[in-house]
Design a protein around this ligand. Structure first.
Ligand SMILES: [Fe+2]
Length: 405
């Protein structure tokens, strides 16, 4: 009894120290800490950058602070983007009037709620320069997905193309948070240029109510229609296609006009399409996509698209250059621009792997059941060099396209 009384007295004599706020509880500082930072080019990658982030609870004055030369001298407000199944408050801002080829530092947040750590990005150059970009699709939040993201980060590309099937949230919206957090080390500094796949066309888990691209459109800020768009980097034009909705006449007309315009523009040396569904493939139970071939192959032939990067089949697979639905070169490594279009599937982003049908089609140059990324070097002079890499960094293949323009 005496011991208990002594303990009670000792407790009463302890100085009053406020308890630390719960790290993740309601009302704690972390409720307003920015997470899931991601950037993407706006319509003109030389002058605009889009920034998106999330907080658990809303803040009063969301802003982006940014500037060149190590100073965050400009502050602009962000706007809240909402969708009915959001898991927090999503904030979006567009940085405009940026200088080409310039490194900018930035941070996001709220003067009361707190800021993110500073990050940086580089705008596209005004004049053509050598650059590298990377691509994969079908990523998810698996250990392989994380390793692939880290590999891309180490490549330090000018930007990354995500060719559809991103989070595999499949109607569970907290999975978007897991995915966007997993990718944050990459997406806070490397523009993440996504197009939607069939898994972005979501249904709610329990009721199966379709919600379309609601999460994708709210959680990313991309150029143009956001599900399909075009942007230039140096002497290359990149055309992102929404193959899930390609039947929509509006997009079909846009695609034809965009490709025709690229070929009228003398500044465009390389024309690269990126999209989710592949035209040609040989995974078990899938094979070629006849509808897509009918819709796209004549266009890609007519406008001499150099490279088409796809996902959807969870493998690496590439055709020989194709023209009129047939392979036009027997080489495995060296091509001349304009003889045919190179179709690449780089769907080994991380979620899972598919098996191939036993027989390799004659027009297929190479195929491998492996997690992978594509790394493409686009020089001002000389050939475009594409390398397909496994998760351990080893080379699946390397091919070159010699320019004629
Ligand atoms: Fe898919």
């Amino acid at each position: 009894m005496r011991t208990l009384r002594a303990l009670a007295c000792a407790l009463l004599m302890l100085p009053l120290v406020p308890l630390p706020a719960r790290a993740d509880g309601p009302g704690s500082a972390s409720d307003t800490t920015p997470t899931q930072l991601r950037i993407a080019f706006g319509e003109d990658p030389r002058h605009t950058m889009r920034v998106v982030w999330q907080t658990r609870t809303a803040v009063d004055a969301p802003v982006v602070e940014y500037g060149a030369g190590g100073k965050l001298s400009v502050r602009i407000p962000a706007r809240r983007v909402s969708y009915p199944y959001e898991t927090g408050a999503i904030w979006e801002a567009t940085l405009t009037a940026l200088q080409p080829g310039m490194v900018y530092g930035y941070r996001v947040g709220d003067p009361v709620g707190g800021f993110s750590e500073a990050a940086s990005f580089r705008t596209a150059p005004d004049k053509p320069e050598d650059f590298t970009f990377t691509a994969f699709g079908d990523q998810g939040s698996t250990p392989a997905a994380r390793q692939n993201m880290t590999n891309v980060l180490n490549d330090a590309p000018a930007f990354h193309l995500l060719v559809g099937d991103l989070s595999y949230a499949n109607g569970v919206h907290s999975r978007w948070d897991d995915y966007l957090k997993l990718n944050e080390p990459l997406t806070r500094g490397v523009p993440f240029m996504a197009v939607p796949g069939n898994h972005e066309n979501e249904k709610l888990l329990v009721t199966k109510q379709p919600i379309g691209y609601a999460a994708y459109l709210a959680r990313y800020a991309l150029p143009g229609e956001e599900s399909y768009y075009v942007f230039d980097y140096g002497a290359a034009r990149f055309v992102g296609v929404d193959t899930v909705n390609l039947r929509q006449r509006e997009q079909q007309e846009w695609l034809e006009e965009t490709l025709a315009d690229a070929r009228r523009d003398r500044r465009v040396k390389w024309l690269i399409v990126f999209q989710h569904y592949p035209l040609y493939g040989s995974t078990r139970g899938r094979g070629d996509n006849g509808d897509l071939i009918k819709m796209q192959q004549p266009l890609f032939d007519r406008y001499k698209v150099d490279l088409v990067i796809c996902g959807h089949d969870h493998v690496y697979e590439r055709q020989y250059p194709m023209r009129g639905g047939k392979a036009v070169s027997p080489s495995l490594t060296d091509y001349t621009q304009g003889i045919g279009t190179l179709y690449v599937i780089v769907g080994g982003g991380g979620i899972s792997l598919y098996d191939f049908a036993p027989r390799k089609p004659v027009d297929c140059a190479i195929r491998e059941r492996t997690y992978c990324r594509l790394r493409v070097r686009v020089p001002v002079e000389g050939p475009l060099v594409a390398e397909a890499l496994r998760l351990d960094g080893s080379l699946i293949e390397k091919f070159e396209i010699r320019p004629v323009r």
